[in-house]
Ligand binder design. Sequence first.
Ligand code: TXA
Ligand code: MG
Length: 317
Amino acid sequence: MPVIPATDENIKKAADIIRSGGVAAFPTETVYGLGADALNAKACAKIFEIKRRPFFDPLIVHISDLSMIDIVSKGMPPEVRRLTEKFWPGPLTVILEKSENIPEIVTSGLDSVAVRMPSHKTALRLIELSGVPVAAPSANPFGYLSPTEAKHVDEQLGEDVPMILDGGSCGVGIESTIIKIENGKNYLLRSGGIPIEEIKKITGDIDMPESRKAQAPGMLPEHYSPVTRLKLFSEVNEITAAHNPAYLLFRNNDKNFPEDRIEILSEDGNLAEAAARLFSCLHRLDSLGADIIFAERVPETGLGAAIMDRLTRASLK
Ligand code: TXA
Ligand code: MG
């Protein structure tokens, strides 16, 4: 069992692993990450191997301090800085021009690098003690549900990861929002933990990517998928006959589905709570051996947009 509590002593052990070219899993406020020294190509290759991640999907580099910006990038333009001043540390990732220090494997050969300063104190301490920027994708097999608890990482990758720091459930529960600002245009590459409405208050309009190239390269249509087939619904009449169904509901079970086959995201209809619970509810429903999960659509405002993005991709498998 590589899961250990995220005490300062254990964080130091994980930092030692990262400093010596290994990988360790750790909590962030969004999802658990699988971290390696972002300046060490061989160490980062292990991440791809463990996750079975295609090399065309670049990693996010995590920093604990603004002084690391100049190590990983050629600097932060003022329009990007306005965003990071507001949302860092926190669930925002920005795309910057990459420095020579970052190996090609991290960026999949792109000239840009994705950078984020997480707010989770374990993540910040781990990066600080490692003394290097930490490349970290979500700590799940490529394409599967994201991990929001240490046990999710252990169940999926426990045999390949020497250490998983347990920091409890992730408070935000959904990955960071990714923004790229280029030639005066603002692109949303992935909806996430900071609602787009909040981003727009700083950037003004958000532009639609003009080509696939402008999007996050790893954003495949099918992603975040449980093993069990998943189908979205709004009204009960969209639910088709199924042999052994399970249900992911938004705020209540007014349709009287069997109590042991349901998860409710938020009784109060609170979208932050729904986001925080999304992946752990899906993990549980996926373990029931159902033949289908019917997932209720949530309102697409605020964090609801990121929740629906994840559910829609999960439904396309
Ligand atoms: O909340 C998060 O961001 C979590 C935690 C661990 O920090 N990390 C995470 O990493 O979600 P991952 O690898 O699951 O997703 C990274 C996304 C991918 O969609 C990838 O294509 C995109 O970031 N990305 C990375 N580098 C990029 C770049 N240079 N340009 C555009 N997109 C990039
Ligand atoms: Mg991921």
